[in-house]
Design a protein around this ligand. Sequence first.
Ligand code: ADP
Ligand code: MG
Length: 304
Amino acid sequence: MNDSSQHAAPDKPAPAAAPETAKAHGAEALPELVRFDKVTKSFGAGPEARIAIQDVSFEVRDLPDKGELVSVVGPSGCGKSTVLRIIAGLRPHHPPTSGEARVFGRAIEKPGADRGMVDQKYSLMPHLTVLENIAFGLKLRGVEAAERRARAREWAGKVGLEGTEEKYPSELSGGMQQRVSIAATLILGAKILLMDEPFGALDPKIRMQMQELLVQLWKEQQSTVFIVTHSVEEAIYLGDRVLRMAARPGRLVEILEVPRPDVPPEVMRKKPWFNRATQELLHRLETDAPASGELSGIEQWRES
Ligand code: ADP
Ligand code: MG
């Protein structure tokens, strides 16, 4: 849709500028959206205790008129779901064992309408049609039938499900079920959207379509999105920032700033800087590298 020039910074950053994430966003004065301060979660007690995450600290500020897309990567068991579920206020991950987790400037107490979660298991209701599944949250909120049907129909269209409105989940492909699940969450307009490996079960082509769709909807809604993914390409493509985690104990190793997606994924994949950056992130993940700073290639993107 857009060419990459739209994305290029008008002034090149000074070559010696340090890649400091929060400062690069000029974020100090902006309201706080999510903040983790040395958050630790362990399950069980005594010798059986297992640390899910240890001393995780980061913050996401509310950028005016545009939300941030934060991708979370790391090996299995490093605590990615734990981080998301603490933000969502979902037990047993919430509350943390120590440290402080806040949303909108307040300690997280429980799930709320300000946060929406899409997880791996699409959790659709099998006895409800596509339209009824999409409208379900509106029903719980007391929106009257005609309005919720109209809004659900609109969302079915946005995620490319027109024509399937009266079908049941079992009649749909995995990719379509995932679209229903995403529409059912996005329709509620939560300011913070939490997605736990949402595209894991999809084949590569549908996955790319879903990535593009997510980017488009995210720009429209200006929400802040956290997306856990196993794919480094997806993390770099989607992210404004990438949280890289490591296991044993689960911890946040570094926060990488990456370009906003400005072209479809299949175009991005052909760019040399994108390939260099994904290779390097993959390498850092595989070797559990300590924080190593900006990904090589990203600075070339800025200068191109
Ligand atoms: P990831 O999503 O990165 O794969 P999780 O956040 O699911 O990792 O898990 C992090 C660690 O916490 C793992 O060691 C896992 O076994 C443990 N864990 C997660 N959920 C629970 C639970 N409900 N009870 C006990 N241990 C758990
Ligand atoms: Mg997980």
